[in-house]
Design a protein around this ligand. Structure first.
Ligand code: 3PG
Ligand code: MG
Length: 388
């Protein structure tokens, strides 16, 4: 894979870096998790040391294609500068609309951030003219926004096709970690939680091809338990999931992948039941898994060389039901296998458990992009970089 360290920077003076500064904030616009900012720091620092002018580009939220104050980087730019310890100068929506990037190159300043790229018509339509209005001012384009790479948008796709383009350092790590799950011949386990089978069906179908074992947890497991004839009371269920589950089992059988479900659960009354003791006559909601399930997970993890975890095992927002996910996070942090973790809620589960991300082989900051990359398709952001 091409690398930034192999490039000759002699004729490269201005560099665009697509970052994912779509950070979580509270009601006062205070950033509540800076992971995504810090993941871009290595690439920004590297380019700065090459004495290039830097134009950072990112989306934030999902505005319609026009300025909306609540989605403007005006509210966050000072926090970005502070977190990254760099003076970052905002190119406002008005500035760009009137003057495009004409004053970017002449300015005394070095690092700029264009206001939310989704304010501009042409971003979401992957428009060629719009993309050129930016890349015409640049000598190199870097994608450091793996978590946005499933979007066929101009700053993710077309801009990288217009000029010399490369993945950022973190982007490369994301690709390497995901490729290992997909292609390595090592023995693999996928632990998949979360609530909906439908949002993960394609990922699951793909994982049956590459993994020896898949453990299904979270609310998603309710559908699988019900499919197996186990009473799940009033637990959260997704309508019409049986067909999808049948397809997953059929695929798994064909490729010799074993699917595992929780052996015991914690209900809304904070009681633990073995799944063969769940009664069809009582009202209960399954909200977490318990010790026998954790024991099974421990066994599966110790038999695997690579472990992928996506999606919480229970309702982690409530401390009565976050224990299963915390125990799992702890098991994985002590495991000698290569552990790859992805998805926003999964990262929250690790934070709740108080475990540092550096305890794992790789923690992806991507949600949808992480799942889509595990499917058998090439993401628009990856395709544009022509990584070979
Ligand atoms: C994310 O937060 O998952 C990425 O930033 C992508 O955002 P989007 O789902 O609005 O495209
Ligand atoms: Mg998303």
């Amino acid at each position: 894979m091409k690398s930034l360290t192999e490039i000759n920077f002699q004729n490269i003076k201005s560099v665009g870096i697509r970052v994912d500064f779509n950070v979580p904030i509270d009601e006062n616009f205070v950033i509540t998790d800076t992971t995504r900012l810090l993941r871009a720091a290595e690439t920004i620092k590297f380019i700065k040391e090459k004495k290039c002018k830097i134009l950072l580009i990112s989306h934030f939220g999902r505005p319609k294609d026009n300025f909306e104050n609540q989605y403007s980087f005006q509210n966050l730019i000072e926090q970005f500068s502070k977190t990254l310890n760099e003076k970052i100068n905002l190119i406002t929506f008005d500035d760009f609309s009137k003057k495009s990037l004409s004053h970017f190159k002449q300015s005394e300043e070095n690092i700029f951030l264009l206001d939310n790229i989704r304010f501009f018509k042409g971003e979401k339509t992957n428009d060629m003219n719009f993309s050129q209005s930016i890349t015409d001012q640049l000598d190199l384009y870097i994608n450091e926004a793996f978590s946005a790479s499933h979007r066929s948008h101009a700053s993710v796709n077309q801009m990288a096709k217009n000029i010399l383009s490369l993945p950022g350092f973190n982007f490369k790590k994301e690709i390497i970690a995901i490729n290992e799950i997909k292609n390595s011949s090592k023995k693999k386990l996928a632990i998949i939680g979360g609530s909906k089978v439908s949002t993960k069906i394609n990922t699951l179908l793909s994982l049956t091809q590459s993994c020896s074992n898949i453990f299904i947890g979270g609310a998603m497991a309710n559908n699988f338990l019900k499919f197996k004839g186990i009473p799940v009371g009033d637990s959260l269920l997704e309508a019409d999931s049986d067909k999808m589950i049948e397809e997953i089992y059929n695929n798994a059988k064909k490729s010799g992948c074993e699917i595992h479900l929780p052996l015991d659960v914690v209900t809304d009354k904070v009681e633990t039941f073995s799944i063969d003791k769940l009664s069809s006559n009582s009202n209960f909601k399954i909200l977490d898994l318990s010790d026998s399930s954790i024991y099974l997970l421990d066994n599966l993890i110790s038999k695997s060389e690579i472990v992928l975890w996506n999606g919480p095992m229970g309702m982690i927002e409530n401390e009565n039901f976050s224990r299963g996910s915390s125990k799992l996070a702890s098991l994985l942090s002590h495991s000698s296998s290569q552990v790859v973790i992805g998805g926003g809620d999964t990262l929250l589960a690790i934070n709740i458990a108080g475990i540092n991300f550096d305890q794992f082989y790789f923690v992806s900051t991507a949600g949808g992009a992480f799942l889509e990359a595990l499917e058998d398709k090439v993401l628009p952001g990856v395709e544009a970089l022509n990584l070979g």
